[in-house]
Design a protein around this ligand. Structure first.
Ligand code: FAD
Length: 236
């Protein structure tokens, strides 16, 4: 757990975690605070123990909310450049509504979900993870070139909602497969049937995944800072 925010960019994930934050919910993106299920304060290690989500939501949710509130009060409204973001998002929505592909969003989404479950579910190995990765890569291309939505309306359009969600799901799936393929050991919830056992010599490390502007994935594996508690195996 670090007191200082780690410099990050959107799209970064820790194994057993999410967006990296410090103990106040602060991420590396100014004004972006994360808490709860989407965040990684790094209190869980490689496996989240039962009831530990209470810690994430109650303790770090409160701390994040307080810090976010301070931040909002410290930033004048006129300094927030919203126009370009609104225009970008309106264009994205229009492009999806106008898309004329031949694949329904639900088909593409289910295909990726199935591959992720089979390839990188509870048990995984190199081959299964590579299979999941290849399906995620194909899903990205299908999402870009071949999807269509049937409902072209602008009110309560769940077709559109699912399409927008799929883009984010692809980002998450990509982070998961890259992170898992990088880690050549089994640890916590990352259980490889081809490399069983923990390897502290090489892999007592975090996994940080960044997505660059051009879409390239960057992976870093910084050391874990251990203070009072040594990592031990979960034996129940
Ligand atoms: C089956 C199950 C059992 C669990 N058991 C335990 C347990 O025993 N002990 C424990 O500590 N933890 C448990 N957990 C984990 C715990 O429930 C979660 O970690 C916690 O509820 C997460 O809270 P959250 O507020 O971060 O996220 P969520 O509760 O997921 O809240 C996110 C909210 O954001 C909304 N939302 C999503 N997208 C948008 C959007 N675009 N715009 C607006 N709103 C949006 C969602 O509708 C949702 O209401 C369990 C989880 C599951 C699934």
């Amino acid at each position: 757990m670090s007191e200082k925010p780690v410099p990050i960019r959107p799209g970064m994930h820790y194994i057993m975690g999410g967006i990296k934050t410090d103990v106040n919910g602060e991420t590396g993106v100014p004004g972006l605070y994360a808490a709860g299920e989407c965040a990684n304060v790094s209190v869980h290690g490689a496996n989240r123990l039962g009831a530990n989500s209470l810690l994430d939501t109650v303790v770090f949710g409160r701390r994040s909310a307080e810090k976010a509130s301070d931040y909002v009060k410290s930033v004048p409204n006129e300094d927030i450049p919203t126009k370009s973001y609104v225009e970008r998002d309106l264009k994205k929505i229009k492009d999806i509504i106008d898309s004329e592909g031949n694949l329904r969003v639900s088909e593409v989404r289910n295909e990726m979900a199935k591959a992720m479950t089979e390839g990188i579910g509870v048990f995984r190995d190199q081959k299964s993870m590579e299979y999941a990765k290849s399906v995620v890569e194909k899903t990205k291309i299908k999402y870009r070139d071949s999807i269509k939505i049937q409902n072209k309306g602008k009110v309560y359009n769940t077709d559109l909602l699912f399409a927008l969600e799929l883009e984010n799901m692809i980002d998450c799936a990509e982070s998961i497969v890259h992170g898992a393929l990088t880690r050549k050991e089994s640890r916590g919830a990352h259980f490889r049937t081809d490399i069983t056992g923990r390897n502290d010599n090489d892999w007592l490390k975090h996994t940080l995944i960044y997505k660059k502007e051009d879409g390239e994935i960057k992976i870093e594996t910084p050391d874990v800072t251990i203070t009072q508690w040594q990592p031990v195996e979960r034996v129940y």
